[in-house]
Design a protein around this ligand. Sequence first.
Ligand code: BTN
Length: 241
Amino acid sequence: MQIPGRQIHWFESIDSTMHEAARLASAGCPSGTVVGADRQTAGIGRQGRSWHSETAAGLYVSVVLRLESAAMPSVMLALGLAVSRAITRVTGLKPDLRWPNDVLISGKKAAGILADLSDGAVIAGIGLNVNQTEMPGDIRDLATSLRIESGREWDRERVLAAMLDAIDEETSRDAHSIVAAFRAASTYAEGKHVIVDRPEQRLEGITAGLDPDGFLLIRTKDGRTERVVSGGVRPLEPQCS
Ligand code: BTN
């Protein structure tokens, strides 16, 4: 893959693009450097899960970002917004966002995003299902691809270029405008009955917006408002993992 003005390190096969991006970040690579692969043998997902990386079907990339403010969770929200915007620009599809940054189409996950901090840089790891014609059995009901949703194949290079542009745009906004944009783009931000699996305790309630930093607020049955700082949010009715 080649995109003018970008350092792109592309691999036919790699364990995880996250490791190579962290290595480049600690070696002082410029902001915006991209590590991508046609295939990952040990793709990393959130919460200890793996990321299914079918050869040359999806985009598996990690982007090194040296940001003025790398405050979480607004960076996470900005990355989700960026991937969603890029999908719309290229395909016309209109994804939903599930806090903090799962990109959903028709209620199924089309892209997942990690954000690690390494040597002062954010390593944004993005897995986007582009041209898969079907998803493997264990995630068939939970995951989808741009091709499954649109009925046609997409040029991965074009999607990547749109995504990198959108990442630059979204991560250069201030936290206030990122949080406002996320609220407007996500059906999960308000009024959704959800469960949050947290290490200490499972939480159930109705989403009640985001606080100014971008943490999700949940109103519980007993009238408390809880701030979610981590953990997987899922709808009460079973859908995506
Ligand atoms: C999630 O579980 O929702 C996050 C998935 C992130 C997957 C991407 S694929 C590119 C990068 N390399 C990895 O090993 N993981 C991230």
